[in-house]
Design a protein. Structure first.
Length: 248
């Protein structure tokens, strides 16, 4: 791939709130254009570019593919948050496809282009641990989201309601009010994103996330406008996420 990408998984207790930390650096000598697909996460991105002030943005759940440009010599640091972080770390509601400024305490993080991913993770983890010290988490919400992530989106709304003792209507009200997306729509997105590693490795046979081949293709086209094979063929030149998976 023409950019350098690395990521790191969180330790406890941040695993309940974060999918991953990551860093992307473009040293190719030219701007790079990519398309990113919905990843079932809330993204906080810190952008560092020559002769420009650092920029920090918070992206709500995406419901469609997004074309992006990574400028030459740009460095991006990111946190891909799980949904529980919205209420307990970010402490705000987020509309889908929104771009907002994060809570003020994130603006205090000082980064340089040379900062290593490990140093970024250490700094931000310490900061987030402090945010959690006075937080009391609703056990019903935590159980709900633990079940959602453990299933990789394959559990039904009905079964989630049975497992948590929380009515499906109430769960959907919580999802749409806090995250801007229904639970069913989120489960579909999570199942799709969970299939990216196999697509990135050239495996187009549907696994546990889908009923059959037609369902797999239909859901992939719904979220990207492309078939699994089309995504794979463009994994290096267009879809940065799949290029990453194909190298693992």
């Amino acid at each position: 791939m023409p950019i350098n990408y690395s990521e790191c998984q969180p330790g406890e207790p941040l695993k309940a709130f974060i999918f991953s930390f990551w860093k992307t650096q473009n040293n190719s000598g030219t701007d790079i254009h990519y398309t990113v697909v919905p990843d079932a996460g809330i993204e906080l991105i810190i952008s560092i570019q020559p002769d420009k002030p650092n920029r920090i943005d918070l992206f709500g759940l995406s419901t469609h593919i997004l074309d992006i440009t990574i400028p030459n010599q740009a460095v991006f640091y990111g946190i891909r948050f799980k949904l529980l972080a919205v209420e307990y770390l970010l402490k705000m509601t987020l509309e889908t496809n929104s771009i907002q400024k994060p809570p003020i305490h994130f603006e205090q993080i000082d980064l340089q282009a040379e900062t290593s991913l490990d140093s970024f993770v250490d700094t931000i983890s310490t900061h987030l641990h402090q945010q959690l010290q006075s937080v009391i988490i609703d056990s019903r919400k935590q159980k709900l989201l633990d079940l959602v992530y453990h299933s990789k989106g394959t559990i039904s709304v009905h079964n989630l309601a049975l497992e948590t003792g929380w009515a499906a209507r109430q769960i959907n009200r919580y999802f749409t009010g806090t995250f801007g997306l229904s639970l069913k729509a989120y489960l579909e997105q999570l199942a799709f994103f969970s299939s990216l590693p196999q697509i990135g490795q050239g495996d187009f046979y549907p696994q546990e996330h889908y009923y059959d081949q037609s369902h797999f293709i239909r859901q992939t086209k719904k979220h990207t406008g492309n078939t699994p094979k089309q995504l794979y063929l463009q994994r290096y030149i267009r879809f940065v996420q799949l290029g990453h998976y194909s190298e693992e």
